[in-house]
Design a protein around this ligand. Structure first.
Ligand code: SAM
Length: 286
């Protein structure tokens, strides 16, 4: 919603944020979305889909680094990665930093998001769509995982909120299909909303995912754009040692990977699995 040169996010009824829309850069209705791109003095370029802020130039690194390097470094020998959603290319940029990864599949429902972001958010993908290890599939993520024959070491669900086309990516069937697509030591991660603002997401995920996997847990990071406190990331795996990795081993893996990051550090990685009491309670009582 727009008023007085301000873009009001319409995600939560009783509370919200606005950005001054210093310059409207692009607006389009795609088959799936009402897409708006504008510039803001504090957050840089901002993208919104159907009134919900998706990503901003200035703080996207926190979200993208935490959803990629945590599972990849916890696993330790990742060769194949599946990204569901992720049309802005930020996730891809972080995954391609890992030289040992052989193939990366990105499944995005809306080709227009990819094209718009290549044009208006070049800093997100930084050419990663052109990396020869990357295959882009334009398809519903649910349909892809349900018919997928290939196994992946890491699956990242970088989806919109659980309304509209993104809703299916929070379903029990989706989680079951993703877990079935994981290789033996594989790890699934997913954005799971801001628990203080979206208190149902964590317990719903636990109930829907737990039947299919040995470990369903969460880790967290505060991303300023996603208002209302820290965001939760779902973590699911049969690889029970991955979450327990000691700091020295994580540091050795980070150094060996030779990547540079702005938010992720091995210490942040380890600490992010410590949940605030109300979130841990939501997990354990689900
Ligand atoms: N970081 C953002 C957030 O949490 O607000 C989300 C990132 S945005 C790149 C999510 C992407 O998921 C969008 O490009 C959208 O088109 C895509 N998406 C939504 N539903 C999908 C589905 N069912 N299958 C594949 N991609 C989907």
């Amino acid at each position: 919603m727009q008023a007085n040169n301000r873009y009001y996010e319409t995600l939560y009824g009783a509370y919200g944020q606005y950005f001054t829309q210093d310059k409207l850069v692009f607006e389009q209705s795609t088959p799936q979305w009402q897409l708006t791109i504008f510039d803001n003095a504090r957050f840089g370029r901002v993208m919104s889909l159907n009134g919900a802020i998706q990503t901003t130039e200035r703080d996207e690194f926190i979200y993208h680094e935490m959803l990629t390097h945590v599972p990849i470094l916890a696993h330790g020998a990742v060769q194949s990665v599946l990204i569901i959603g992720g049309g802005d290319g930020g996730m891809l940029r972080e995954v391609v930093k890992h030289a040992q990864i052989r193939n990366i599949t990105l499944v995005e429902i809306d080709a227009a998001v990819i094209e718009m972001c290549k044009t208006y958010f070049p800093q997100h993908s930084q050419g990663a769509f052109e990396d020869e290890r990357v295959e882009v599939v334009i398809e519903d993520g649910m349909a892809f995982v349900q018919s997928c024959q290939q196994g992946f070491d890491v699956i990242i669900s970088d989806c919109t909120d659980p309304v509209g086309p993104g809703e299916v990516l929070f379903s029990s069937d989706f989680y079951q299909a993703c877990i079935a697509c994981l290789n033996e030591e594989g790890i699934f991660v997913a954005q799971n909303g801001v628990p203080f603002m979206q208190p149902d997401e964590v317990p719903n995920t636990v109930r829907r995912m737990s039947p299919y996997v040995k470990e369903c847990w969460f880790y967290m990071a505060a991303v300023p754009t996603y208002v209302g406190g820290s965001m939760a990331f779902a973590w699911a795996t049969d690889n029970l040692s991955a979450r327990q990795l000691d700091l020295a081993s994580l540091m050795a893996r980070y150094d060996a990977a030779g990547i540079s990051t702005r938010y992720y550090t091995p210490a942040i990685h380890q600490a992010s699995f410590a949940l605030p009491g109300f979130v841990e309670q939501a997990v354990r009582s689900a």
